[in-house]
Design a protein around this ligand. Structure first.
Ligand code: 13P
Ligand code: ZN
Length: 292
């Protein structure tokens, strides 16, 4: 075998050394989470989106991270214009725009993409096989990642969805952060322990834009959960489970509220009892959201 042939063969061997990306734990987590969110009715049609920051070395076990499939301009519904400097070089797995959560599990390579943030857009490393692109909410997601990473360097996940009861509650409950959070805390004993920082609320705004991204990320420096009035919710966390669990707990509380709000309330969890809970679990909470 000539020298060139040997180099070619070595190149092929290197290629073969990559593990199958479809078997990667982060792809499986995206598949399982989108399937669960769909099953729970939080993501009708193409509703919802997830972005998950990955470890470069881990991605490198599955993909040649120097092989950029195509460059995609940074955009929501319109071209986006904000400073992504803190995220340049970071790799994310992100749901595709217009893609249905119910379909992700059966065809991850079309419905998901692995992207790297660059100065002037994102670089596609895998996925969006049909020519697709990341969620139209990517500007909001990236701004939220930047905001949360400042508070918690371990933050990895930003999740958006349209949970039914949370949304229903938006129509019948005052959209005041203190009052809304307080009502949710009263609905299940563990709410105040799961989201002691409460829930931020934005008024109805046009989605897919820079403006809603800026507003959401500003709220995210105070809250891990932000409601987009009459639209849905954003959650952020260190892991997929933590982020899913935050939204799941809000949605459960909202469900209990919607099941009971038309009837006289005879019993409730008192503010003094909530204090006992946070003291027992040793969590910092929004004291100004209680009436003591
Ligand atoms: P995408 O399909 O672009 O992710 O949008 C879904 C959505 O929920 C918009 O808020
Ligand atoms: Zn949405």
């Amino acid at each position: 075998m000539g020298f060139l042939d040997e180099i070619k063969k070595a190149g092929k061997d290197i290629k073969r050394a990559f593990k199958d990306v479809l078997s990667a734990p982060f792809v499986k987590e995206m598949c399982d989470t989108t399937a669960n969110m769909y099953r729970l009715g939080w993501d009708e049609r193409n509703g919802g989106n997830i972005s998950y920051m990955l470890d470069e070395a881990e991605v490198g076990e599955y993909l040649d991270i120097n092989n950029v499939i195509r460059k995609i301009p940074l955009a929501g519904v319109n071209e986006a214009n904000f400073d992504v400097a803190p995220l340049i070089g970071k790799i994310f797995i992100v749901t595709g725009t217009g893609k249905y959560f119910k379909n992700v599990k059966d065809d991850p390579e079309t419905n998901l993409g692995i992207i790297r943030v660059a100065k002037d857009g994102v670089e596609l490393l895998w996925g969006y096989k049909d020519g697709g692109r990341p969620t139209s909410e990517l500007p909001s997601h990236l701004m939220c990642h930047m905001a949360r990473l400042k508070i918690d360097p371990q933050n990895r996940v930003v999740m958006h969805c349209h949970p039914t009861n949370t949304l229903a509650m938006n129509y019948v409950h005052e959209l005041d952060e203190k009052k809304f959070t307080h009502t949710l805390w009263e609905m299940c004993t563990e709410c105040i322990v799961v989201f002691p920082d409460g829930v931020g609320i934005l008024p109805w705004m046009l989605c897919g834009t820079n403006d809603i991204g800026v507003a959401t990320s500003e709220k995210m420096s105070e809250f891990r959960l932000v409601i987009w009035a009459m639209h849905g919710i954003y959650g952020a966390g260190k892991t997929m489970d933590e982020t899913f669990g935050l939204i799941e707990t809000v949605e459960k509380a909202a469900q209990i509220y919607m099941l009971t709000c038309n009837r006289p309330r005879i019993n409730t969890i008192k503010d003094e009892d909530m204090v006992k809970l946070v003291e027992l679990f040793g969590v910092e909470y929004r004291k100004d959201f209680l009436d003591l």
